[in-house]
Design a protein around this ligand. Structure first.
Ligand code: FAD
Length: 482
């Protein structure tokens, strides 16, 4: 593979500016700064140029020029990812290509239940466009007001509705991709069935911009929910939460769309730091669950089913208390308790993050054992294990002990990663459930991924991007060698 250049030839920069016109590039350091730093502030990259093409043809032209001069490209959507995948290396030898100007919804077909979009469309705008035609695009996550569909597909984003609708990769029928030699793969098909060999789109989904630049996609739509019921429950144990999950799925004919876990410590962070939040219960519990059920029918009787299910769960001592939202405003307030947890966590100082998954039934074992192991290593560490428990995806975050020095605590990141990821591996889990690998987890991937899988991934990269033009130093690369 070609090594990345340290400097970018001026002749290339001028050629790109010429093709894209004044709106198509940024070279002002102040304007570029937010695009060069990742969401968590872990990486601050350098680049002489951010390019902002307005069409697939312009993306292809930039790629052809960069390929000619062997200058790597880092694709960027909303820059909300949490593993450093969307920013260039600090060596300054890469061009940042933002898809944000390619933000048009190209077609909405309520009969086909499909929508064709450019890669730079913001997720919330896509959800809104589906609503307008009485349909649902179910991908939903905390960053939906700024993340873009190209980024969602490239990270195979998860979010809160995976239990019912799957991850981003399950929501795509077709793709358009610019390849590393500047050719365009026109795969924008709206077919539900296409049995003509390898499913090429799956290669680009979750590839974190290392194999091609996604420029457009055909997305799947669903019937719009007419009845939505939201409940917040205090559960008696982690095991009870899992029994409640299985019971609710069965009782509601799989109408469950979200099942989110919160620990008391995280709930207390929210109550302390997020204005306008309050505890709906008089008594505290160690674990809480936020669940949501949806039906496309307005007469599905979900409310009665949920009330009945929760009454049984109280009798069976799975749940010690529960509140059902009486209005949309109340449902929003309950969701706010869960969704503001990452923000509240920040206010408590340093946090060492683990975005992991294990088989759903292993969640209690994972949380109990991981908690015991990290507490053995640092007794006062505060374990904030929360997330999409219905998918076996736990954000096993570790907040610094009260009063500890933030930098000294964060310097322990590697030691705690080892403890937690070793256990995830023992339980046949994944070290990245939904945030991807980026730059942050390249070495962890090498450590835990099966060697055969790693070799196949490297071969695919070599085939599709032989000169290492797209997002070097990410995913299956050496993160220190851009
Ligand atoms: C508050 C908050 C909550 C979040 N919650 C969730 C959650 O519940 N579930 C979840 O999965 N994630 C979550 N995330 C992480 C993040 O929002 C997702 O990873 C999201 O999918 C990233 O989209 P983006 O447009 O910001 O991509 P970016 O951050 O811009 O890019 C992500 C990766 O994709 C590549 N890329 C971007 N666009 C393209 C393209 N068009 N073609 C090829 N490669 C491309 C980039 O190079 C990079 O490697 C959350 C983040 C925040 C800040």
């Amino acid at each position: 593979m070609q090594a990345a250049r340290r400097t970018i030839p001026q002749i290339l920069i001028e050629a790109i500016k010429g093709i894209l016109g004044a709106k198509g590039w940024i070279a002002d350091p102040e304007q570029m700064a937010p695009l060069l730093a990742d969401q968590r502030g872990l990486y601050r990259g350098k680049s002489p140029l951010v390019v902002r093409p307005a069409s697939t043809a312009e993306v292809a032209a930039v790629v052809r020029l960069c390929a000619h001069y062997h200058v790597p490209i880092v694709p960027q959507g909303g820059n909300t990812s949490l593993v450093g995948g969307s920013v260039p290396h600090e060596a300054g030898g890469e061009i940042l290509l933002s898809l944000s100007r390619m933000n048009h919804i190209l077609a909405v077909d309520p009969i086909d239940y499909t929508m064709t979009v450019q890669a730079g469309c913001v997720l919330a705008d896509i959800q809104q466009a589906a609503q307008v035609v009485d349909r649902l695009f179910p991908l939903s996550l905390g960053a939906e007001g700024s993340c873009e569909i190209g980024g969602n597909l490239s990270t195979n984003a998860g979010g809160v509705n995976v239990i019912r609708y799957g991850c981003a990769r399950d929501l795509v029928l077709g793709l358009e991709v610019v390849l590393s030699d500047g050719r365009i793969w026109h795969g924008l098909k709206a077919l539900r069935k296409d049995n003509t060999g390898y499913d090429l789109k799956q290669l680009f989904l979750g590839a974190e911009g290392t194999l091609g630049i996604i420029t457009a996609a055909v997305l799947k739509l669903f019937p719009k929910p007419r009845e939505i019921q939201t409940a917040f429950c205090a559960v008696t144990s982690l095991e009870a939460a899992l029994t409640l999950l299985a019971k609710t799925r069965a009782a509601t004919g799989d109408a469950l769309t979200a099942f989110e876990l919160m620990p008391r410590v995280g709930f207390e962070f929210v109550l302390k730091h997020i204005p306008g939040t309050s505890d709906p219960f008089a008594q505290s519990a160690e674990w809480y669950v936020l669940m949501e059920l949806c039906s496309a029918r307005s007469d599905a009787g979900l409310r009665q089913t949920l009330e009945h299910n929760l009454a049984e769960a109280l009798e069976e001592a799975l749940v010690s208390n529960a509140v059902l939202a009486e209005s949309v405003a109340q449902a929003r307030a309950l969701w706010r308790l869960r969704e503001s947890l990452p923000e509240a966590e920040k206010q408590e100082g340093g946090s060492i993050k683990h975005d992991v998954s294990v088989p759903v039934s292993s969640v209690p074992e994972f949380i109990h054992t991981a908690t015991a192991r990290v507490k053995k290593a640092m007794p006062n560490i505060r374990v904030v294990a929360f997330g999409h428990v219905g998918d076996g995806n736990i954000h096993f975050n570790l907040s610094q002990p009260e009063g500890a020095d933030k930098s000294a605590f964060l310097a322990e990141w590697g030691r705690f990663n080892r403890i937690v990821h070793d256990l995830v591996h023992e339980l046949n889990g994944s070290i990245s459930a939904e945030h991807g690998i980026g730059r942050l987890k390249c070495n962890e991937l090498k450590r835990y991924k099966n060697p055969v899988e790693l070799e196949l991934m490297r071969r695919i990269k070599k085939t599709l991007d032989p000169d290492n033009l797209f997002n070097p130093g990410k995913l299956i690369a050496d993160p220190e060698k851009p």
